[in-house]
Design a protein around this ligand. Structure first.
Ligand SMILES: [Zn+2]
Length: 415
């Protein structure tokens, strides 16, 4: 299933950087995401005072294009109150967070008879009635690709399944938190283009079918993806993602709840970041629920959940290591309310504490020069100027992960 269409390797590259990785195909794999490099990058984002200062004028409220008071996102202070004094069955979710990196190797379970029957039938995903904790779950083996596609197309659920060498695994479910996460992240990202000129706009393609092999009809679906309008002017694209000649989107969002990071990494390397395809893949890893923590007076209970944002960036990986042939996250941002060991954390208790940034260069990669260049802060709390550190070191979009966290906590419902 990791077969790539021949167009990937033979067409003129959309990006000059892709020369490098193709030349070294099959070479020794070297990770470009050593922790040291990652921390250096984060440090450089936060400490470049010169850049930050020069950006202040851009985000000034004098410029209506960057009106910080006109931003998307719910009133997060109200969200906290909703969770107060709801019900008292706190101890139902006593399970501690086991969502450490060890579950990268989480083995898939085998389906029981009822679940196998579901696959053989025609029922929708909802009628499977499966507990998310059983995922990933192997539903069938020795299935022909066409039969697999017919079944998942009927229920419009390609992105919740994995097909590999005839084996069908269900890897994710359209749960409230899973769907709320990519919808909220998409909403924050797209808000950056609210005032963009028409030609500088970005089109949201949602979970569009992206053909990883056109001749064999194989395709994958991300949770959400985005393409700059400027890329759509050349049709057919050099390396189209569908039969209509559309280019690959530059930005992909993936939410992994029961899906393992190992599976995501494989998708990134086998499909999304192959030459002449996407630029950035943003992964939100949603951990298991822990018990809510009571405040001292017992009236408030804080949801406990480990949340991580992993950013794969093709260009940055190749900048750090020009011979890289595989892509690992260049940044891993912990937000949420617990550490890896399940203990409560306080590193994302309010707005402006944790940022995801996406560079204009990545969003508009492959577009005719000059690329659009702007600074946009997507946060429910206006970003008062001057403020330091400024989240954006380069032109692009900064997304306040606190807002995303609160949307995920809301989707969890009272517990
Ligand atoms: Zn990038």
């Amino acid at each position: 299933m990791s077969t790539a269409s021949s167009a990937d390797e033979s067409d003129a590259p959309r990006y000059s950087l892709s020369h490098v990785s193709r030349k070294r195909k099959g070479a020794k794999v070297e990770s470009a995401s050593a922790p040291k490099r990652r921390s250096q990058r984060i440090a450089s984002q936060n400490s470049d005072l010169t850049v930050a200062t020069s950006q202040l004028r851009l985000s000034s409220s004098l410029n209506p294009s960057y009106d910080l008071s006109n931003l998307v996102v719910s009133d997060t202070s109200a969200n906290m109150d909703i969770n107060v004094e709801t019900d008292t069955n706190v101890d139902i979710n006593v399970e501690t967070d086991t969502d450490t990196d060890t579950n990268m190797k989480k083995e898939a379970k085998e389906a029981n008879e009822k679940e196998k029957k579901w696959w053989a039938g025609e029922g929708s995903l909802g009628s499977l009635g499966i507990d998310e904790k059983r995922l990933p779950l192997i539903l069938a083996r020795d299935v022909k690709y066409n039969n697999f596609m017919t079944r998942v197309e009927k229920i419009k659920a390609r992105r919740y399944f994995d097909y590999r060498n005839g084996t069908i695994t269900i890897i994710e479910l359209p749960t409230g938190p899973h769907e709320a996460t990519h919808v909220q992240l998409s909403r924050q990202f797209i808000s950056a283009f609210g005032n963009a000129r028409r030609q500088d706009d970005v089109v949201g393609w949602g979970a569009k079918s992206l053909f990883t092999n056109l001749p064999t009809n194989e395709y994958e679906e991300p949770d959400a993806c985005f393409v700059p309008k400027r890329l759509l002017t050349q049709n057919p694209a050099l390396n189209p993602c569908d039969r209509d000649g559309n280019p690959w989107p530059t930005i992909i969002f993936e939410v992994a709840s029961s899906e393992t990071l190992a599976h995501i990494r494989r998708k990134v390397n086998d499909y999304w970041l192959r030459p002449n395809r996407c630029e950035d893949v943003i992964v939100i890893k949603v951990g298991n629920w822990g018990t809510r923590r009571r405040s001292r007076n017992g009236t408030t209970r804080r949801p406990l959940r480990r949340l991580r944002c992993l950013k794969f960036c093709r260009a940055e990986t190749l900048r750090q290591n020009p011979t890289a042939t595989t892509f690992d996250p260049i940044e891993e941002i912990e937000f949420g309310s617990v550490f890896a060991n399940g203990r409560e954390s306080y590193f994302c208790t309010g707005p402006h504490m944790k940022w995801l940034t996406i560079d204009c260069d990545c969003i508009f990669n492959g577009c005719p020069q000059p690329l659009p260049s702007f600074y946009h802060i997507a946060s429910s709390r206006p970003f008062m100027i001057p403020q330091f550190p400024y989240p954006l070191a380069n032109p692009g979009v900064a997304i306040d992960l606190f807002d995303l966290q609160e949307a995920i906590f809301d989707a969890m419902g009272p517990n």
